[in-house]
Ligand binder design. Structure first.
Ligand code: 13P
Length: 240
């Protein structure tokens, strides 16, 4: 069975004072049967690693393909690992858009994550225009083929389906839309790799998504910033 995973993505949000939310999540999920990850801004990872957490795992949100070098402003996978991360997001649509990252770039970043011993949370997703043109499965299949390197295993990779039009918009994909995509992804990645859905996941829509056969968890943006919003999502996953 794939692992159940509730992952939060804080994006460019959070100061050291906000790490109390991570500790609150950690305390509240004790005994729940799923993996819980919070992907923090790089500046917070070292501080979070110093906190006495028992359950919540820490991730980064991006890594450069190289281990070090003349790349001003970038962070390597080795740096994230040393700071205390065990996971890193690769291929988020915001990075594809803001930094023009291509599938080849994302493949190299995912390989870098593995080189540093991190598990990659690889994101793929179609735009509204691509969905309306009936190209969703083709686009996602091509993104996955282009960005998931050879050697992917259920231990070193998690795939997150995040329709671009559902991110931060309050427009969650319908269970039918999610099921269609996740069934196709399952056929592509095999029976054991965890498949997460992301895009406006909230406490009030999580259970319906987690009930779907090939949805093994969620990648949550806005609703992961506060323990009061995120913990009910983790609880819904543990119950599913
Ligand atoms: P929201 O949950 O805020 O829509 O963000 C989803 C996302 O992009 C997680 O990576």
């Amino acid at each position: 069975m794939p692992k159940k995973i509730a992952a939060g993505n804080w994006k460019m949000n959070g100061l050291v004072s906000d790490l109390t939310e991570v500790l609150e999540i950690d305390g509240a999920i004790d005994g729940l049967d799923c993996t819980t990850i919070i992907c923090l801004p790089a500046t917070l990872i070292y501080a979070a690693d110093g906190d006495p957490r028992k359950r919540v795992e820490i991730g980064g949100q991006h890594c450069h393909p190289s281990p070090s070098g003349a790349h001003t402003g970038d962070v390597s996978a080795e740096m994230l690992a040393e700071a205390g991360a065990a996971y890193v997001i690769t291929g988020h649509s915001e990075r594809r858009a803001d930094h023009r990252e291509t599938d080849a770039d994302i493949r190299a970043q995912t390989e870098a994550a593995w080189r540093a011993g991190l598990t990659a949370i690889l994101c793929i997703g179609e735009t509204l225009e691509q969905r309306e043109a009936g190209r969703t499965l083709d686009v996602l299949g091509a993104q996955l083929n282009g960005s998931l390197p050879e050697g992917a295993t259920p231990e070193n990779a998690i795939v997150a389906y995040e329709p671009v039009w559902a991110i931060g918009t309050g427009k969650v994909a319908s269970p039918d839309q999610v099921a269609e995509v996740h069934d196709a992804l399952r056929a592509q990645v095999g029976p054991e790799m965890s498949l997460l859905y992301g895009g406006s996941v909230r406490a009030n829509n999580a259970a319906e998504l987690f009930a779907l056969a090939n949805v093994d968890g969620a990648l949550v943006g806005g609703a992961s910033l506060k323990a009061a919003d995120f913990v009910p999502i983790v609880e819904a996953l543990a119950r599913s």
